[in-house]
Ligand binder design. Structure first.
Ligand code: GAL
Length: 676
């Protein structure tokens, strides 16, 4: 059992950069952290030169001196491998290590993450530095865990170097065996793209209209994911040889084109996430019409993190303003927001929360990315807030180890996630429905999970009363069977438009739609279209309840013992079926012919009887989130104004220690943690 996720208490940490400060400050910094409730620090993830200042020359004194102080002070340490920032000596000598953009321009030294995962020499130098670090620091008493690299696929998830093309060819040879099979899978007969020699195959390059063969791009995304995973595994396999029993291996962040579930399963003890909800208030990205969800939207990321790694921590939690000197200008979190965002992470399952960063950098790109302390390190409001959070978390110890409770889940998978990233038709419906289902679940206080079907089993699906799989554009026979079993055993499954019209290569199937789930849904789709921009409001009648169709309309008719549940009532769709249900075994499958908006998603939650599962105990305004871990209900107020919550029976509240009942005022950015 690891030291920070032991299921017994909630632990605080921070990110510290000993290389940014005079050594004379280290001891006092550690003491101040400990006195403020920080028990763990993450260090070293960008400091390659401190261990290998020139090629093949290894020095350990710097971190030895620092770790001696940590041992002495009783500070626990997560040690980062430094591969996100290859040194200047390295990239100068081995330029093939550098990443290249789609136009063939090389990313040079000067920022970070300027390397590619596939250059053999980078993999060799990575192996060597990680081995040296493991050998030297692996048995250090104060070290409790290791972080691999920093935010894999952050900054960019696009890799176009020669090393990537070479590795892509190997990936494809392994996957397809022959060029004929590759040509078939990529449909290269279209526009005469047929390959006649493996050397003609490259990672996507600059093309006319930036439109590369979509089946190739889908495989390329799978390849990028496999490359990042293998880079992570290379490091974790080495670290495993050196770390102490009980020490853990993790990596942080959650970025695109990466199967984080698979990576976690094969290389990590658990996953950690970097949560920066203040992005919602960046000056250049602020959306006044964000229907109030703003920083609350980070709960959606936390839902995804929980699906990747049921036990997880936050490696970087926002504690100050955002800002690189070149972008992302944002205000300092208001009093209480740092607490609120910490509670948000905990409410969704984090038992470890580590703030980015202890003191704000005085140099470099991130001089405006504020930590707990400003440049001077003087006592400030955010440090006081940290101390207060620490006191609060002691009262929340019973929450540690408790699992989030949801009876409704959104089903996802990486094939569709990546297909949507390259396919506009898919992306439009996907984006609309995911946002809508999240928003509706938030507003109705219906706890929601995500389930990645490509990493789930029957038992996991069976834990939910209702599954929404809104746009499984790509469907496989195996997944269709799994979904059928879920329904047969009593589950309710809702598909949205555009289901099952592609196979695993991303090519369209010639079956009648919805292809592989036509039997399960007893649905037939003779016609479909985007909703025309001049169509106005396209309405649907579901037994007297009006829904508005969004983005797309499949005209959907029942077959066999399918039942038409709802009908389009406007435009040329009027009179055609919009929703078909099919009772199968003990459960029911639904096919809804459109994408969801927040209102229609809400109607589905309500009609399917899963909205507001805790409504008998708690009445909350929509502006508050409800999240439930085990027997503890978190009520989070994202507004600066107080909110009134109605507690309908006496309940113990952990933060105040009081038993509450009736109308309770939750302060702006405040939280209640109620025992159900
Ligand atoms: C994270 C990253 C940190 C720091 C922070 C602020 O994405 O892991 O190293 O850069 O953002 O920009």
């Amino acid at each position: 059992m690891s030291t920070i996720l032991d299921g017994k208490r909630l632990v605080l940490g921070t990110c510290y950069y000993p290389e940014h400060w005079p050594e004379t400050m280290w001891r006092e910094d550690l003491q101040r952290m400990l006195a403020s409730g920080i028990e763990v620090i993450r260090i070293a993830e960008f400091a390659w030169n401190k261990t290998e200042p020139e090629e093949g020359v290894f020095t350990y004194d710097f971190f030895d001196r620092f770790l001696d102080l940590c041992d002495e002070a009783g500070m626990k340490v997560i040690f980062g491998t430094p591969t996100a920032t290859p040194p200047a000596w390295l990239t100068e000598r081995y330029p093939e290590v550098l990443n290249v953009d789609v136009e063939g321009n090389t990313y040079r030294h000067g920022a970070r993450r300027h390397y590619n995962y596939n250059a053999p020499v980078y993999r060799y130098l990575t192996e060597r530095i990680v081995t040296k670090l493991g050998e030297h620091y692996g048995q250090r008493k104060c070290i409790i865990g290791w972080q691999i690299d920093n935010e894999l696929n952050c900054e960019t998830d696009q890799f176009h170097s020669e090393a990537d093309s070479a590795a892509f060819r190997l990936f494809l040879r392994d996957k397809y065996g022959t060029l004929d099979a590759l040509n078939t899978a990529w449909g290269t007969v279209f526009w005469n793209q047929t390959y006649t020699n493996w050397d003609e195959v490259h990672v996507p390059r600059k093309t006319i209209s930036n439109s590369t063969n979509p089946h190739e791009v889908l495989d390329y995304t799978r390849f990028v994911s496999a490359s990042a995973r293998s880079f992570c595994k290379l490091q974790s396999d080495i670290l495993r040889k050196f770390i102490k029993p009980g020490d853990f291996i993790t990596t942080n962040g959650m970025f695109a084109s990466l199967d984080n579930h698979q990576m976690t399963r094969e290389s990590l003890d658990y996953y950690t996430y970097d949560s920066y909800p203040n992005f919602a208030y960046c000056l250049d990205a602020y959306n006044p019409d964000d229907r109030d969800l703003r920083d609350r939207r980070w709960s959606r990321n936390l839902i995804q993190v929980r699906s990747i790694s049921p036990e997880f921590g936050i490696m970087e939690q926002q504690s100050g303003a955002n800002g690189w000197n070149t972008r992302m200008e944002a205000p300092t979190p208001r009093p209480g927001q740092m607490t609120l965002w910490t509670m948000q992470s905990i409410a969704h399952g984090a038992d470890y929360v580590s703030y980015f960063r202890w003191r704000t950098a005085t140099m470099g790109t991130e001089i405006y990315w504020h930590g707990i302390l400003d440049y001077s390190g003087r006592e400030n409001r955010r440090l006081r807030e940290l101390k207060d959070i620490h006191a609060k978390l002691a009262k929340l110890a019973p929450v540690a180890g408790q699992k989030y409770r949801a009876k409704v889940a959104l089903v996802k998978d990486y094939d569709n996630e990546w297909d949507a990233a390259l396919d506009k038709w898919h992306d439009r419906v996907n984006w609309a429905s995911e946002s809508a289902l999240f928003e509706a679940s938030q507003r109705t206080h219906t706890p929601l999970d995500f389930v990645f079907i490509d990493h789930a089993d029957d038992a996991q699906l069976a834990g939910y009363d209702v599954l929404f799989y809104p746009h499984a554009t790509i469907m496989t026979a195996e997944r269709a069977d799994m979904l059928r079993r879920y329904v047969e055993q009593g589950g309710t499954l809702v598909f949205g438009c555009r289901t099952a019209y592609k196979d695993i290569t991303g090519q369209c199937v010639m079956d009648k739609l919805p292809g592989l789930v036509a039997d399960l849904t007893a649905a037939d789709i003779p016609e479909y279209s985007f909703i025309a921009p001049d169509a106005g409001k396209v309405t649907v009648d579901w037994n007297g309840t009006e829904l508005e169709a969004t983005v797309f309309a499949d005209l959907v008719e029942p077959t066999g013992d399918g039942v038409r549940e709802a009908t389009y009532t406007s435009d040329y769709y009027a009179g055609s079926g919009a929703l078909v249900s099919h009772a199968v075994g003990k459960g029911k499958a639904y096919y809804y012919g459109s994408a969801f908006n927040a209102a229609s998603a809400r109607v589905f939650l309500e009609k399917l009887g899963v909205a507001k599962p805790f409504g008998g105990d708690l009445e909350l305004p929509e502006t508050c989130e409800l999240a439930v871990r085990g027997k503890y209900a978190f009520v989070l107020n994202y507004k600066k104004e107080p909110a009134t919550v109605c507690v309908k029976r006496p309940m113990r509240e952990l933060l105040s220690g009081e038993t509450l009942q009736g109308e309770i005022s939750v302060p702006g950015y405040g939280a209640l943690v109620l025992e159900l």
